[in-house]
Design a protein around this ligand. Structure first.
Ligand SMILES: Nc1ncnc2c1ncn2[C@@H]1O[C@H](COP(=O)(O)OP(=O)(O)OP(=O)(O)O)[C@@H](O)[C@H]1O
Length: 456
């Protein structure tokens, strides 16, 4: 039934009753759905909130991560810069002190020394102070410590060794006299360090690497207006006699010529060394120098000793004279790079030498002992330094007593049977390290000198 305006009631038809019921049901459904919608909206709001929070958190983490990456890169760069600075400062201190720098290199045990490897005769301390600079020779179970500017372990590559000397080599282009020499007993790795293995790219030694660097740098410096001229000479001192390794005359030496003036060593007021009649070749590329090195290697005096199959029986002296002119800057520089592979410092008893070999060994020992006399006299700051006692020391006079940048690489064998020889070499090297020479001086001028160098 349905009420009217006048209060009368109109009976409700079944259709109407059905509609009313349906309507009430739909109203309920709507209310329920509205409730569900409200709940869902609330949930959505909450999950939106948490997703915003998650995203914010993620963004923050991402930012933090990026910041940390930048800080890590900065810290790494600082470490590298710090290492570069440390090296630079170390070099500056060494230069200011005027000391001869010494690097020590221990070669790996060779295959025929394998059986000896049980007992370690060389160890490397790992304390912060000694890391990379310390070495100990173990004699009768007792470690005897030494410290040098740098110590290379047996696994050090030729490249690692060169990296440490490249700055020194570079300074020859800046007008410094640079002298690097390898010292050590026979078979300790001097020739390997200086020349490396012929034909092997990775095993190239300091000499070929230095030349490559110099010629590459020359090319770069061209862009800054520098023009360089380079000249090479190579000699060996064999039995106290100078032999010109680039001479076309096979028997060229002071002995064979009978002419006393040939290959006479003279030093001028600037500390430049002249060897009369020595062949000097103009070179324009490292390839040209390699060719000359091969030629020289064939002329060298080598022999077999009990201690090395192919032993250098002479001191090998490679000299690169560098003359640079920059017309725009009106500057001129003259640098010299001396790279020296000394003969082995073995004892007579160990070398197993007889006859000619014995005479060679005696001559080698005489010149090396003259070298140590000079070093000791320099270390003690004696008034008289016996440079003239041997050809080697007289030739090296400007490097040892002058103003050049000098580096000695002392090579050491790790074989226990070489302990005594290693000790001798390291004791000598420690003396060399303490030796003060003059502060290195650049040979540079604003005036033009003669375009060709006046050596030889
Ligand atoms: N760092 C090294 N890595 C691998 N092998 C090496 C290394 N140093 C030296 N050798 C090897 O040790 C042997 C002796 O080395 P090397 O001939 O260079 O000695 P040396 O000191 O020049 O001897 P000598 O005074 O008799 O001429 C060679 O067979 C050489 O290849």
């Amino acid at each position: 039934m349905v009420g009217t305006a006048n209060g009368s009631r109109t009976p409700v038809t079944p259709r109407q009753a059905f509609s009313i019921a349906t309507c009430a049901l739909q109203t309920d459904t709507i209310i329920r759905l509205q409730d569900q919608l409200a709940t869902a909206e609330k949930k959505l709001e909450i999950s939106d909130l948490s997703s915003v929070e998650t995203r914010t958190g993620y963004e923050e983490q991402k930012k933090l991560n990026a910041e940390l990456q930048i800080r890590l890169a900065e810290a790494e760069a600082k470490v590298i810069d710090g290492e570069v600075l440390r090296k630079k400062l170390h070099n500056t201190i060494q230069e200011l002190k005027g000391n001869i720098r010494v690097f020590c290199r221990v070669r790996p045990l060779l295959s025929d020394e394998g059986a000896e490897s049980e007992t370690k005769s060389i160890t490397f301390p790992t304390t912060t102070e000694a890391l990379g600079r310390g070495i100990e020779v173990v004699q009768h179970g007792q470690p005897i410590p030494f410290m040098f500017d740098k110590v290379f372990m047996p696994q050090s590559s030729q490249e690692e060794v060169f990296t440490e000397v490249s700055q020194l080599v570079q300074s020859a282009l800046d007008g410094y006299k640079v002298c690097i020499f390898a010292y050590g007993q026979t078979g300790s790795g001097k020739t390997h360090t200086m020349m490396g293995t012929p034909g092997s790219y990775d095993d190239k030694g300091l000499i070929p690497r230095s030349l490559e660097q110099i010629f590459e740098a020359r090319q770069k410096l061209k862009e800054q207006g520098w023009k360089y001229e380079m000249q090479v000479s190579m000699l060996e001192i064999y039995n106290e006699t100078i032999r010109d390794l680039l001479s076309s005359n096979k028997s060229s030496s002071t002995e064979s010529s009978g002419n006393k003036q040939q290959y006479a060593i003279k030093h001028d007021a600037n500390g430049n060394t002249h060897v009369s009649d020595l062949t000097i070749v103009d070179v324009r590329s490292s390839k040209e120098v390699s060719f000359l090195l091969n030629r020289a290697a064939q002329s060298r005096s080598v022999g077999r000793t009990q201690m090395n199959e192919q032993s250098s029986r002479s001191h090998f002296v490679f000299t690169l004279r560098i003359s640079g002119v920059n017309e725009t800057m009106e500057q001129q520089v003259q640098g010299i790079l001396n790279l020296i592979d000394l003969a082995g410092s073995e004892r007579l008893s160990k070398s197993g030498s007889t006859g000619d070999r014995l005479r060679e060994t005696q001559a080698i020992n005489k010149s090396l002992s003259s070298l140590s006399d000079v070093i000791f006299a320099l270390a003690k700051k004696e008034e008289h330094i016996p440079f003239r006692n041997s050809k080697l020391t007289y030739l090296l006079q400007p490097c040892l007593g002058g103003d050049s940048k000098t580096l000695m690489v002392v090579n050491v064998s790790p074989a226990p049977s070489s302990v005594n020889e290693s000790l001798c070499s390291l004791r000598f090297a420690a003396r060399v390290n303490a030796c003060e020479i003059s502060i290195p001086r650049r040979q540079t001028s604003m005036r033009y000198l003669e375009p060709r160098l006046s050596y030889g």
